[in-house]
Design a protein around this ligand. Structure first.
Ligand SMILES: [Fe+2]
Length: 246
């Protein structure tokens, strides 16, 4: 698996608090068949991009050095989870905070209700800066659940959508699980990631979570959403049409 959304870097955001926890997440990743992780700490203050990059890149270099020394089959690449609000219109280049220096930018909206037209407006701004948004956990936004045409609209604009494994496993309740399932099955969402924050309470044990996915989510669809589609993202390529019947 390739995990495109993970808060494993220590002491950067509300993710792993210590390097020990980071390493615990790495061990759990390896056990669960994860081979590449995009480290995506929250980026909420766009004025502090330089500091963010310095801190993130230092940690990634140190962590990859450790993984190599320990001969663990796991690589970590850079990314960020960029919070979309009106500040996005003032941001300078977003190139450095994309996933693996591709055109793909992991973005999150507010978990509080917001005006529905803002969803496309913010996404448009990302496109105008030459990036392609990957919308993190669309199933979690109350505004998207209230206006379920928004995720489709974003997909039609060219964005990719990423659902969380714990949402799909029902850990956040039935409504969120059903919405995550719908988005994947109707072709709106193409990516599944862990959004792991902590080895114990919000981890990346995807193999266990997978057992709780709704039965309609086929093995082929999971393979597409956790391995095939993320490879296109890392290679900075456009996602081809999903093969029929999965
Ligand atoms: Fe996240």
């Amino acid at each position: 698996m390739i995990d495109l959304h993970c808060h494993l870097l220590w002491d950067m955001d509300d993710g792993a608090e210590s390097m020990e926890k980071t390493i615990a997440l790495c061990r759990s990743a390896v056990k669960n068949g994860i081979r590449i992780i995009a480290a995506t700490p929250h980026l909420t203050d766009l004025e502090l991009i330089e500091d963010f990059l310095y801190e993130r890149n230092q940690r990634i270099a140190e962590l990859n050095g450790y993984l190599e020394m320990e001969k663990m089959p796991l690589k970590v690449c850079g990314g960020a989870e960029v919070y979309l609000d009106h500040h996005i219109f003032e941001a300078e280049s977003l190139d450095e905070v994309t996933i693996n220096r591709s055109k793909y930018l992991l973005c999150e909206y507010s978990l509080q209700p917001f005006q529905p037209e803002r969803a496309a407006l913010f996404a448009e701004e990302i496109f105008e800066r030459g990036c392609t948004p990957i919308i993190a956990h669309p199933e979690r936004y109350p505004t998207f659940r209230r206006y379920p045409s928004i995720p489709r609209e974003l997909r039609d604009m060219g964005a990719l959508l990423q659902v969380n494994a714990d949402s799909l496993a029902g850990l956040l309740g039935k409504e969120i699980q059903a919405f995550a399932k719908k988005l994947l099955l109707d072709g709106t969402a193409d990516l599944i990631a862990t959004d792991a924050h902590d080895p114990q309470f919000r981890g990346n044990a995807i193999e266990r979570l997978q057992k709780q996915f709704p039965p309609e989510i086929s093995k082929e669809l999971i393979y597409w959403a956790t391995w095939i589609a993320p490879q296109y993202v890392l290679r900075n390529a456009d996602l081809p049409e999903r093969p029929k019947g999965i």
